[in-house]
Design a protein around this ligand. Structure first.
Ligand code: PBG
Ligand code: ZN
Length: 336
C-alpha cells in the first residue's frame, strides 16, 4: 500500500479522457451554448476587415449566405446582429436604426428564409446611428433623456421584431427599457413570439475598445459611465438583474465575460430560473488572439479553459467572436 491514504487518492478518478469528462459535468460546450455576433454593413457586397479584431469582418447582405452556410452546417444555432453604416445619415435620435435602409432590417427576412432553423437575435441600440455616438437620446445640456430614449429603443426593437428577429437584445442600459420593449411588443401582438434578452448587467469597460471601432459607435464626447455599471459594484449588478427580471426579461446577460465571472455566479444564484448569457467581448477576443499570435499562449487550449470557466460560473450561452473556431474544435476528429 502506498503512503497516501486511500481516500486521498484523486488520480484514480481521472486517468482517462472519459473519466475526466465525468468529473466535469455541466461545462460541456456544444453549439447550443454559443451565439455568434455578426456586423452587417450597408454596402451589399462588402467584406471589410476590422483591424482591431483580426479575423472578424463587416459583411454586406450579399456576403451573409455564403459566410453562414458552412457554420450552420457545423451546427451553428444562433447569431447576434449588429448594424454598421458607412453611408446612412446619423442624427440625434438614431433614425437610421430602424429605417428601411438599415442593413439589419434588410437582412432579417433574408436570413430567416435562408436559415429557417437559426435563432436570430438583434442588438438594439442607438449608438451606431446617433451623431453623438451615445446609446440613448440626449437633452440639450448633453445629459440623457431617459424617457425619450426608452420610447425610441422600444420602437427600434419592435421594428426588428416585425422584420423577423426572434430575440431582441437591448444593450443601451437605459432605465425601464425592458418594460417599454415588452409593452411595444404586446401592443403589436408579438409578446409571445419574440424574446427579450436583456444586457442586464453591462459594465462600463475598457474591453469594448475594438468593438467601437468595428461598429463605428464610439461616443463623440464624454463616456458611458452614467449608464453602464461601475465595474466594482456587485450591488448595482444585483439590482439591475432583479429589475430586468421584474420588467419581464426572458434571458439575462453579463458583459464583459472573463473579468466578471463572480457576477455571473451571483446572477445565476439569484435567478436560477433564467437562462444566463455571457458576452466574451471584443477586447477579450483581441487579447487572446494577440497573445496567441505572439506565442505567449496556445489559443485553443486557453480558449477552452476560459469557456469552461464561464460555464462553471453559471453561463448557459456564450456570445463569442470565436464561434467559428469553436465549431471547428467541436467537429468529431477522425481517428485515422
Ligand atoms: C453598445 C455595445 C457595446 C458592445 C455591444 N453593444 C459596447 C459599448 O458600450 O461600446 C460591446 C461588444 C464588444 O465589445 O464586443 N451598445
Ligand atoms: Zn450603444
Amino acid at each position: 500500500m502506498s503512503q497516501v491514504e486511500t481516500k486521498h487518492i484523486l488520480h484514480s478518478g481521472y486517468f482517462h479522457p472519459l473519466l475526466r469528462q465525468w468529473q466535469s459535468p455541466n461545462v460541456e460546450i456544444t453549439p447550443k451554448n454559443l451565439m455568434y455576433p455578426i456586423f452587417i454593413l450597408d454596402e451589399p457586397n462588402a467584406k471589410e476587415a476590422i483591424s482591431s479584431m483580426p479575423g472578424v469582418y463587416r459583411y454586406g447582405i450579399n456576403q451573409l449566405k455564403s459566410m453562414l452556410q458552412p457554420l450552420v452546417s457545423k451546427g451553428l444555432q444562433s447569431i447576434l446582429l449588429f448594424g454598421v453604416s458607412n453611408s446612412l445619415k446619423k442624427d440625434e435620435i438614431g433614425s437610421s436604426a430602424d429605417s428601411t435602409e438599415n442593413p439589419v432590417i434588410r437582412a432579417l427576412p433574408l436570413l430567416r428564409k435562408w436559415f429557417p432553423a437559426l435563432i436570430i437575435t438583434c442588438d438594439v441600440c442607438l449608438c451606431p446611428y446617433t451623431t453623438h455616438g451615445h446609446c440613448g437620446i440626449l437633452n440639450k445640456d448633453g445629459t440623457l433623456n431617459n424617457e425619450a430614449s426608452i420610447k425610441r429603443i422600444a420602437e427600434v426593437a419592435l421594428a426588428y421584431a416585425k422584420s423577423g428577429a426572434q430575440v431582441v437584445a437591448p444593450s443601451d442600459m437605459m432605465d425601464g427599457r425592458i418594460a417599454a420593449i415588452k409593452e411595444s411588443l404586446g401592443a403589436a401582438n408579438l409578446y409571445n413570439k419574440v424574446a427579450v434578452l436583456s444586457y442586464a448587467v453591462k459594465f462600463s469597460s475598457g474591453f469594448y475598445g475594438p468593438f467601437r471601432d468595428a461598429a463605428q459607435s464610439a461616443p463623440q464626447f464624454g463616456d458611458r459611465k452614467c449608464y453602464q455599471l461601475p465595474p466594482g459594484s456587485k450591488g448595482l449588478a444585483s439590482r439591475a438583474a432583479a429589475r430586468d427580471v421584474a420588467e419581464g426579461a426572458d434571458f439575462l446577460m453579463v458583459k464583459p465575460g472573463l473579468a466578471y465571472l463572480d457576477i455571473v455566479k451571483q446572477v445565476k444564484d439569484d435567478h436560477p430560473e433564467y437562462p444566463l448569457f455571457i458576452y466574451q467581448v471584443s477586447g477579450e477576443y483581441a487579447m487572446l488572439l494577440h497573445g496567441a499570435k505572439n506565442g505567449a499562449i496556445n489559443l485553443e487550449v486557453v480558449l477552452n479553459e476560459i469557456l469552461m470557466s464561464m460555464r462553471r460560473a453559471g453561463a448557459d450561452c456564450i456570445i463569442t467572436y470565436f464561434t467559428p473556431m469553436i465549431l471547428d474544435m467541436l467537429q468529431p476528429k477522425s481517428k485515422y
